[in-house]
Design a protein around this ligand. Structure first.
Ligand code: FPP
Length: 265
């Protein structure tokens, strides 16, 4: 189903105990997801944190399927932040291994779902084997058009803004542009993925209510939705609840609603 199309499905919302008419849902073009709570999920089961990350990676496949069902075109997931290097070496190593394994092992499934893969973050600073995995996954999936999965890896919103500033400063130094010519639009063109629309909705499970350096520039006007469910357990019911909440939001981007504008006429 794509945005705006009629759906034959009717899901059952666990929380509100009512059936949902999917065709009434407003579908975000771009959804951001902060995959949080893997460690707590593992702790509850007396498992090592790496098992939580593995369960989290498995759930990413579920998220892709569910977003595909709703016709969401771009999904950005926060998989490794610029701050995550401060975790114990063993955990960083497990996450890197999982990353390599994921894109090698699951590519046929991503292909089947028509999912193009892209990466956002300071990729050039990653170990060369990880950079190669990124290049292979991007090249091999370029032709897929159903949905784009963007994996934020070694990503930090502040670093992204600093790196965009450096690129612009270099252009000024070379005399290509004047500093007073820099606009918000030009700035955005120097971010990691300038062709991708800003996220409409950002979801964070696990009970934390902050965005933790995720899509700082791009998310300036994103709707935020939080859930207590831990990431590995975040399924179709939770995604649907988020979409129901998003449908009810009144996005004004600092302006007025259509109704408010009419009232003023
Ligand atoms: C935060 O949960 C999660 C991470 C830092 C890693 C997210 C990574 C994955 C879901 C899997 C890897 C992804 C790919 C693409 C292979 P946390 O560990 O901080 O959880 P906690 O707050 O409960 O401790």
């Amino acid at each position: 189903m794509s945005a705006g199309e009629e759906s034959k499905f009717s899901l059952f919302s666990k929380k509100k105990n009512q059936s949902i008419d999917e065709s009434s849902l407003k579908i975000p073009v771009h959804l951001g997801v902060i995959m949080d709570g893997n460690g707590r999920w593992a702790k509850k089961r007396m498992l090592p944190r790496s098992a939580g990350h593995r369960a989290g990676a498995d759930n990413l496949k579920t998220l892709c399927k569910n977003c595909g069902h709703y016709g969401i075109k771009y999904v950005t997931v926060y998989a490794f932040s610029t701050e995550n290097w401060s975790r114990p070496d063993s955990e960083v190593h497990a996450l890197m291994e999982l990353f390599v394994e994921y894109f090698e092992k699951y590519d046929p499934e991503l292909e089947q779902e028509g999912i193009r893969v892209r990466f956002t973050g300071d990729i050039a600073s990653l170990p060369t084997n990880i950079q190669e995995v990124c290049k292979r996954a991007e090249e091999g999936s370029k032709h897929r058009t159903r949905m784009t999965l963007i994996v934020a890896f070694n990503y930090g919103g502040r670093r992204e803004i600093v790196q965009a500033t450096q690129k612009l400063a270099e252009r000024v130094a070379k005399g290509e542009i004047r500093s007073d010519e820099i606009t918000e639009e030009m700035f955005a063109q120097h971010l990691y993925l300038p062709d991708v629309p800003d996220p409409d909705l950002i979801i964070r499970p696990s009970g934390e209510e902050r965005t933790s350096n995720f899509l700082v520039w791009e998310g300036a006007y994103s709707e935020l939705w939080f859930s207590d469910v831990l990431w590995p357990d975040f399924g179709m019911n939770e995604l649907t609840e988020a979409l129901v909440a998003f449908t009810k939001r009144d996005r004004r981007f600092g302006g007025l609603t259509k109704e408010e504008k009419k009232d003023r006429e």
